[in-house]
Design a protein around this ligand. Structure first.
Ligand code: DGL
Length: 271
């Protein structure tokens, strides 16, 4: 039994698509959400920059005595999950492997599309994982597409207008082969899943639920689930513009966002 909180982080509001599922699967745990809005977007950074950012954030969360960390960002998962797992004793869980496994369970025609940031697409985050899980089954086809700006548009408060809808329509329209399964491979994207569903009629995979289930299973195996029974609370640390974060986030979750603090990791980053 372990009553310490679970930490999770993202470049901003994207982790709400994971937090919403974590509280559904583990409603009695407490959470610490780190939103690195000061360094958004992650999708335009290098692997080295991302590893440095992620280790500063995990250091921060470790100082807050979390019992595990969920890397609630696909870009950070590709760039830094192995790096972090080698350096910390904490259980550290990424979103790519749970999403990849779910897509493999759902696909019938073995043609999977992935919508992600440019970084995740270019580094083949999902393709590599799917190859690993399927033992390089070359009958499975994975098509990866990256968007330069969709995560930032969602980060700044997505508006349901023609222009934004067109961005998602064009994104989904890039898959010319008849994929039957589409992974939303950026944690910002499930926050507008309704629009993806409007333009893609096959299986849509939001890795958030599988990630939450896997996190629970890992904690259960290690006997690290809480024995408390009085619900959850969430504390937020944000690296820039708390008000904007709060305003955008209140449309993305039913979870209370009042316990929120602005922090800086610049000193650690320049170390
Ligand atoms: N939410 C992040 C992801 O899952 C990326 C957003 C960004 O580019 O900062 O990849």
């Amino acid at each position: 039994m372990d009553n310490r909180p679970i930490g999770l982080f993202d470049s901003g509001v994207g982790a709400f698509s994971v937090l919403n599922k974590l509280v559904e699967v583990m409603p009695n745990e407490n959470y610490i959400y780190f939103g690195d809005s000061g360094h958004n977007p992650y999708g335009q950074k290098t692997a080295e920059e991302l590893q440095k950012l992620c280790s500063c954030i995990v250091d921060f969360l470790a100082r807050k005595e979390v019992k595990a960390v969920v890397v609630a960002c696909n870009t950070a998962t590709v760039a830094a999950l192995d790096y972090l797992q080698e350096r910390y004793y904490l259980p550290i869980i990424g979103v790519i492997n749970p999403g990849a496994k779910q897509a493999l369970r759902l696909t019938k025609n073995k043609k999977i599309g992935v919508c992600s940031t440019v970084f995740t697409a270019k580094t083949h985050g999902y393709l590599n994982d799917i190859n690993k899980i399927s033992n390089d089954d070359n009958t499975i086809k994975v098509y990866e597409e990256g968007s330069v700006n969709l995560a930032s548009i969602i980060e700044n408060g997505f508006e349901y207008n023609e222009e934004n809808e067109e961005i998602i329509k064009e994104f989904v329209g890039r898959f010319t082969d008849d994929i039957d399964t589409l992974i939303l491979g950026c944690t910002h994207y499930p926050l507008v899943e309704d629009l993806f569903a409007k333009y893609f009629k096959g299986n849509i995979v939001d890795p958030g639920m599988q990630t939450a289930i896997e996190t629970r299973d890992i904690l259960e195996t290690k006997n690290m689930l809480t024995d408390r029974n009085e619900g959850y609370n969430v504390k937020y640390y944000v690296t820039k513009d708390v008000e904007n974060f709060k305003n955008v986030a209140k449309n993305l979750t039913k979870i209370d966002i009042n316990d929120i603090h602005e922090v800086s990791i610049e000193a650690e980053l320049n170390n």
